[in-house]
Design a protein around this ligand. Structure first.
Ligand code: SAH
Length: 232
């Protein structure tokens, strides 16, 4: 039975979806409110995880253990790591990694968590392809890119930091939760995809742009998730 776990780090990333769903049950776990019900004819569990990698990982584990979700979608906003990816555009993950992990001293590549056996956690190919095709169909004015999402417990708003992340990881966008959701989903063998609309360029303009564009960007991403659901 298909049951989709939908995670947003912040309320504004999930409020629209929560408003549209039919809620059957609400449960609180780890200070997070999990809403179970249906959205667009599909069984869903929608939750605001809180910001950062620990909150997001905890939330993902709870979705797997307590709600037995069959798929996980992360919706939200992110900073762009490519000149051509502009504010309002959407990035759909091919894979995700932690840009703030560094155990090079023991021979691991930058970003790799020791003894995991992989640097980046691959997203589900079907979910990624579906997100891209549904985006082209329902949001023809929004450009959609498929690529790597990189995450760390850091808001990137400095050109130097951004350039280093680009050089080291070839990411398409940077945010603070995707890799830990990917990591937890990978360990639980649950297919996932991360969908992020761009709120800023992760450089010195980010502090100004982010508050201006976060709401509209969050809505772009949420609308894509809503339209994907019946096709999963
Ligand atoms: N405005 C919030 C904090 C937002 S932190 C407050 O005051 O409490 C930024 C959030 O947006 C995170 O959830 C992260 O995933 C995403 N994000 C958007 N742009 C980002 C960037 N440039 N660097 C890191 N995370 C970014």
């Amino acid at each position: 039975m298909k049951k989709i776990g939908i995670i947003g780090a912040m309320e504004l990333e999930v409020e629209e979806l929560k408003g549209k769903m039919t809620i059957q049950r609400t449960q609180e776990k780890a200070s997070m409110e999990f809403l179970e019900g249906t959205l667009n004819g599909t069984e869903v569990v929608i939750v605001r995880s809180g910001i950062g990698k620990v909150n997001a990982a905890l939330c993902t584990q709870i979705l797997c253990d307590c709600f037995q979700v069959s798929h996980i979608i992360n919706t939200g906003v992110a900073g762009s790591l490519k000149n051509e990816i502009d504010i309002g555009d959407i990035v759909v993950s091919t894979d995700a990694l932690h840009h703030d992990v560094d155990v090079r001293v023991f021979g691991y590549p930058l970003g790799e968590v020791p003894q995991m056996g992989c640097l980046a956690f691959p997203a589900d190919g079907h979910l990624t392809a579906l997100a891209v095709s549904v985006c082209c169909e329902v949001n023809p004015d929004i450009k959609v890119y498929e690529g790597r999402v990189v995450s760390g417990d850091q808001f990137v708003s400095d050109k130097q930091v951004k350039d280093n992340i680009i050089k080291n990881f070839q990411g398409f966008c940077v945010e603070m939760e995707g890799a830990s959701i990917a990591h937890a989903a990978y360990l639980n063998h649950v297919p996932f995809v991360i969908i992020r609309a761009i709120s800023d360029k992760a450089d010195d303009s980010a502090e100004m742009d982010y508050p201006t564009f976060e709401k509209a960007a969050a809505a772009h991403s949420a609308s894509l998730v809503e339209h994907m659901l019946p096709k999963i």
